[in-house]
Design a protein around this ligand. Structure first.
Ligand SMILES: *[C@@H]1O[C@H](CO)[C@@H](O)[C@H](O)[C@H]1NC(C)=O
Ligand SMILES: *[C@@H]1O[C@H](CO)[C@@H](O)[C@H](O)[C@H]1NC(C)=O
Ligand SMILES: *[C@@H]1O[C@H](CO)[C@@H](O)[C@H](O)[C@H]1NC(C)=O
Ligand SMILES: *[C@@H]1O[C@H](CO)[C@@H](O)[C@H](O)[C@H]1NC(C)=O
Ligand SMILES: *[C@@H]1O[C@H](CO)[C@@H](O)[C@H](O)[C@H]1NC(C)=O
Ligand SMILES: *[C@@H]1O[C@H](CO)[C@@H](O)[C@H](O)[C@H]1NC(C)=O
Ligand SMILES: *[C@@H]1O[C@H](CO)[C@@H](O)[C@H](O)[C@H]1NC(C)=O
Ligand SMILES: *[C@@H]1O[C@H](CO)[C@@H](O)[C@H](O)[C@H]1NC(C)=O
Ligand SMILES: *[C@@H]1O[C@H](CO)[C@@H](O)[C@H](O)[C@H]1NC(C)=O
Ligand SMILES: *[C@@H]1O[C@H](CO)[C@@H](O)[C@H](O)[C@H]1NC(C)=O
Ligand SMILES: [Cu+2]
Length: 587
């Protein structure tokens, strides 16, 4: 249900929002305009020489600002829907505390592992980590896990802006509550009055996911509930209702930015608000030409920033995260099949439940939002395709004694104490087959690209695929058909760009990325079960450059990441007495 843009946006924001100053083209062929000041009515502006048209792959504001945060990884009691259980958290809450910075700042985050019996790492989802692969936070890929009692300082410059989450990448910790909001302030492609922050959509289990996994590795489980921004009601089998709905309060006449994100274990959500259309302004970390719609489908790890105009009759309205059964069917009992709901109130003092009806026609297939609406503001074409890597996705019980996913016959199973990046540092190219490494090579020019095609023609399952270290460009994406390199064509002209896209059932997904970031980069399905079941591979990109000018140039193996402690030695020491050995892919 899409409306043509011009009339509606003008109606929403007034003519001023559309009357952007005419951009000029500079000697680099980039759009540039005189400095304008960012405000509620000029969100496309940012700072001296930087705005919504800046090529953020090439230029980053020099703010000179370092923002420092401390995170404690700890077990805590939590009861998001009134049913109490043990969670793994950042600083005792789910979601964890907000981390925020301005575009171009350096973020320095000190993480201490206060868990008794688990290692940990922290990943900053979607951030490119340009020349800082060692800060990507993937155990067995970019670092050894932080052992209980250990600490690590992550420090990196943020070259993009927008909305994301930080989360653990150590086995299923993210599904036990270890995630939080991460906002990088920058320009936006549409105006709004107020920023409401991240809005988390998720599913939720009353039994820890690690416990379910230990009961039946490689199995499938129906969870108990769905949550919006960390809370919901729960109706037990005897009719008892516990918990509360999340409430968002708005003032009539104002417009609000809401940063939608799906952080589920395996659910896909159709987000909508009764009685309200909204404007989509970015997909993941990529600002897009604003378009008006009444719903967006969000896969795990994906973000859609939207602007809502509080222009309806002042009342209470249901906010809905609809569970898309075309993506993941529902089995067994529990109310996961129902919509996750929250309440939009125009009157903060009201305590009534909304009585509004859902009138939106949502997707009946499992597919990303229509790509012809996800048009990046910054126009980038894909140019010199150096390599096209094709991987067949299948299932096998031949490894580790349980059902795993395989890419070209190999499942990912990482050795936590032999991170790939350490091998890059040691110039050691003797990779194990279960590291699922694709070596991209060395010596690339600025316009060189690699393509990954994942073909799942044999399997009727949908996967939200995520790439670390790059925004990727969606060259092709099809359901129900196998990839044929001789006939299937790639879209190379300003394709939709993001960091998570759906690999459709029985189909294929072709993504391209620019070979501009030396390091080791994970590609994985963001369905937690599938990640645990090894649906992942790694790219080793420009290892020589990583050593000479990129991530590893200041690398000191004896003082891992400058913390004065060798994380791998500390991890190995911990594992000599560990309670729980690794029992999944490791990520
Ligand atoms: C939302 O947009 C659709 C399509 O333009 C329109 O038919 C509908 O009336 C709009 N709904 C609201 C609540 O504005
Ligand atoms: C997290 O908790 C620690 C204490 O355990 C505190 O020092 C720190 O400020 C908290 N971090 C945030 C971001 O709130
Ligand atoms: C992590 O801790 C949980 C208990 O909190 C346990 O079930 C799981 O096996 C542990 N995993 C690892 C790899 O330490
Ligand atoms: C959702 O919760 C997070 C904190 O976890 C908060 O930062 C954010 O503002 C909330 N979102 C909304 C829309 O209220
Ligand atoms: C995507 O949107 C375009 C333009 O609005 C439309 O022509 C096309 O049919 C849509 N595709 C799908 C699959 O809905
Ligand atoms: C991308 O290619 C299209 C079609 O050839 C062209 O019109 C456009 O100017 C190109 N964009 C850039 C940034 O080069
Ligand atoms: C995966 O296997 C297919 C079929 O054998 C082959 O064409 C392709 O090159 C392999 N992919 C990689 C990255 O080696
Ligand atoms: C890495 O080892 C190869 C031989 O295996 C050698 O040719 C190359 O020069 C080495 N690179 C570095 C940076 O030492
Ligand atoms: C290279 O890595 C392998 C593990 O994959 C290890 O067995 C071997 O000792 C390493 N070689 C060197 C020279 O460090
Ligand atoms: C990143 O490293 C490459 C070399 O691999 C270098 O050309 C580039 O200037 C570096 N970029 C930044 C922002 O540090
Ligand atoms: Cu998957």
């Amino acid at each position: 249900m899409i409306a043509p843009l011009s009339g509606l946006v003008a109606a929403l924001f007034g003519a001023a929002a559309l009357a952007l100053p005419a951009p000029e083209v500079n000697s680099l062929g980039l759009f540039e305009r005189e400095t304008c000041t960012n405000s509620a009515t000029s969100r496309e502006c940012w700072s001296d020489g930087f705005d919504i048209n800046t090529n953020f792959y090439l230029e980053t504001p020099e703010t000179g600002v370092e923002r420092e945060y401390w995170l404690s990884v700890e077990e805590a009691d939590c009861a998001p829907d009134g049913i109490s259980r043990k969670c793994q958290t950042f600083n005792g809450t789910v979601p964890g505390p907000l981390i925020t910075a301005d575009w171009g700042d350096t973020l320095t985050i000190h993480v201490t592992n206060n868990l008794l019996d688990n290692g940990t790492t922290v990943h900053w989802h979607g951030l490119r980590q340009l020349n800082s692969s060692e800060m990507d936070g993937v155990p067995g890929v970019t670092q050894c896990p932080i052992p209980p009692g250990g600490s690590m300082t992550y420090s990196f410059r943020v070259s993009q802006y927008g909305s994301t989450w930080y989360h653990s990448h150590f086995t299923f910790q993210v599904s036990e509550g270890m995630f939080g909001p991460l906002i990088i302030n920058g320009p936006a492609s549409s105006d709004y009055d107020e920023d409401l922050g991240l809005f988390f959509l998720q599913d939720w289990s009353h039994t820890p996911i690690m416990e379910l996994w230990a009961r039946n590795r490689g199995g499938f489980f129906t969870l108990d509930n769905t949550l919006i921004n960390g809370t919901n009601t729960f109706t037990a089998s005897d009719g008892t209702v516990t918990g509360e709905k999340y409430e968002v309060v708005v003032e009539k006449g104002k417009s609000y930015r809401l940063r939608l994100i799906n952080v589920a274990v395996d659910g896909f959500f159709d987000f909508r608000i009764d009685g309200h259309n909204f404007t989509v302004i970015s997909t993941d970390f990529v600002p897009v030409q604003p378009y008006v719609t009444d719903s967006v489908q969000i896969g795990i790890g994906q973000r859609y920033d939207i602007v809502i105009e509080a222009n309806a009759e002042a009342a209470n309205y249901w906010i809905r995260g609809g569970w898309n059964t075309a993506c993941v069917a529902i089995g067994g009992s529990g109310d996961v099949s129902g919509d996750a709901t929250a309440i939009l109130r125009y009157d903060a003092t009201s305590t009534e439940d909304p009585t509004t009806e859902d009138t939106v026609t949502t997707m009946t297939q499992c597919f990303d939002e229509n790509k012809s609406h996800l048009i990046p503001i910054l126009d980038v074409n894909v140019t010199n395709l150096k390599s096209v890597f094709v991987e067949d996705l299948s299932l096998s019980t031949a490894f580790h004694g349980y059902l795993t996913w395989t890419l070209n016959g190999s499942t990912l199973y990482l050795d936590w104490d032999e991170p790939t990046l350490k091998k890059v540092h040691d110039n050691n190219t003797s990779y194990d087959s279960e590291e699922n490494i694709i070596s991209v090579g060395n010596g690339f020019a600025a316009d060189d690209w690699a393509v990954l095609v994942i073909d799942t023609a044999a399997i009727a399952v949908n996967h939200p695929m995520h790439l670390h270290g790059h925004d990727f460009f969606i060259l092709a994406q099809a359901a129900g058909t196998s990839f044929d390199g001789s006939t299937d064509s790639f879209n190379l002209v300003n394709p939709t760009r993001r960091d998570v896209a759906i690999l459709p059932a029985n189909g294929y997904l072709a993504i391209a990325f620019q070979l501009d970031n030396p390091g080791t980069w994970l590609v994985h399905c963001h369905i937690a079960w599938h990640t645990g079941e090894g649906l992942a591979l790694q790219f080793v990109e420009s290892p020589d450059a990583a050593l000479t000018s990129g991530a590893l140039v200041n690398w000191d193996n004896s003082a891992w990441n400058g913390n004065g402690a060798d994380m791998c030695a500390a991890w190995e020491e911990y594992t000599t007495n560990q309670v729980y050995p690794q029992d999944d892919s490791g990520i």
